[in-house]
Design a protein around this ligand. Structure first.
Ligand SMILES: NC(=O)c1ccc[n+]([C@@H]2O[C@H](COP(=O)([O-])OP(=O)(O)OC[C@H]3O[C@@H](n4cnc5c(N)ncnc54)[C@H](OP(=O)(O)O)[C@@H]3O)[C@@H](O)[C@H]2O)c1
Length: 289
């Protein structure tokens, strides 16, 4: 199978290419230097040259707070960029896998969101991902939309790296929100599932995260517990945190996603987040060796 992976220098894209290579697929990873997704002509040229069977579209604007000041660029990348890819997938009859997010929901209630729940992005980023989803569902029949949350992997920035950096910078105390609940997701685990999906034709919308839910505060505590770092973590509400660090995008409080659609379609669920965190801390940072 010939698979084009966009955003191949990012957290998820990098691990998707690695997983495809491991399984003997013909993986072609591209990032902005090889194919700027906002440049229609570039997308057309590269995709027609490659003629992929599947496109795993991991490229995206992901800086949630900064997005509030750059809505035009965010729209270009997350909406028009997605449209450029979808158009070529349609032309080439390729399957498109679009990676989406819990930010398409407003995070109300405390039950895990069903795939069919009403979407309402609260931020520039969230709204752009809703529009990206709509483009994919409106243009294609052979697609997967895979919503995930709180990604951490080897490449790029993530919450785990931020917590470790703050602890290593000598901070002895941190405030972390305890009313935003979701699931940390290890990108190699998600990459394995995306490749599983690409090998089937069980198209549709899915939620995919590591198993288990926690607050950001609990996530931070577990990172410091597993790495043996002695740092005091204070639980604060989002409201309190916003007074300390203003100018943030509005985030959903409830990012729990119902993943029953995975099992219903015969896909293997991802491991529990604490187990994957342990593997990440060991393989990338050498903790627990
Ligand atoms: N990270 C999370 O916590 C999270 C949570 C839920 C869902 N997701 C979704 O998961 C997917 C992958 O996220 P990630 O964490 O792997 O993101 P990431 O690390 O930020 O990677 C995104 C990649 O896309 C590239 N890119 C940006 N603009 C581009 C353009 N115009 N043309 C081509 N490539 C471009 C970026 O390059 P530059 O770095 O050079 O800009 C980067 O390499 C995204 O769809 C995201 O919305 C992520």
């Amino acid at each position: 199978m010939k698979v084009l992976v966009t955003g191949a220098n990012g957290q998820l894209g990098f691990d998707v290419v690695t997983e495809l290579d491991k399984r003997g697929h013909n993986a072609i990873g591209v990032d902005i230097a090889e194919m700027d997704i906002t440049d229609k002509a570039s997308v057309k040229r590269v995709m027609r040259e490659i003629e992929p069977d599947v496109v795993i579209h991991c490229a995206s604007w992901t800086a949630v707070d900064k997005a509030e000041q750059c809505s035009d660029i965010v729209h270009d990348i997350n909406v028009l960029g997605t449209e450029n890819i979808a158009e070529e997938c349609k032309e080439l009859d390729a399957v498109m896998i679009f990676i989406s997010t819990d930010y398409v929901f407003d995070g109300s209630g405390d039950k895990p969101h069903d795939i069919a729940d009403k979407r309402k992005g609260l931020s520039v980023y969230g709204i752009s991902k809703v529009q990206g989803e709509d483009i994919v569902t409106g243009m294609l029949d052979k697609y997967y939309i895979v919503r995930t949350t709180w990604a951490f992997g080897r490449n790029g920035n993530n919450f785990v790296k931020t917590m470790l950096r703050l602890a290593d910078s000598g901070k002895t105390e941190l405030n972390v929100v305890d009313d935003q609940i979701g699931s940390p997701t290890y990108t190699p685990d998600l990459a394995r599932l995306l490749v599983d999906m690409s090998e089937t034709n069980k198209f549709g919308i899915y939620h995919a995260t590591n198993e288990g839910f926690c607050s950001c505060y609990e996530f931070a505590c577990e990172i410091f517990r597993q790495t043996g770092k002695n740092i005091k973590v204070n639980p604060v509400t989002t409201e309190e945190y916003l007074k300390l660090v203003p100018q943030q995008a509005t985030r959903p409080l409830n990012s729990r996603l119902d993943k029953s659609c995975l099992v219903d379609n015969g896909f293997e669920p991802l491991p529990f987040w604490k187990d994957s965190l342990r593997i990440y801390l060991k393989t990338v940072f050498g903790y627990g060796l």
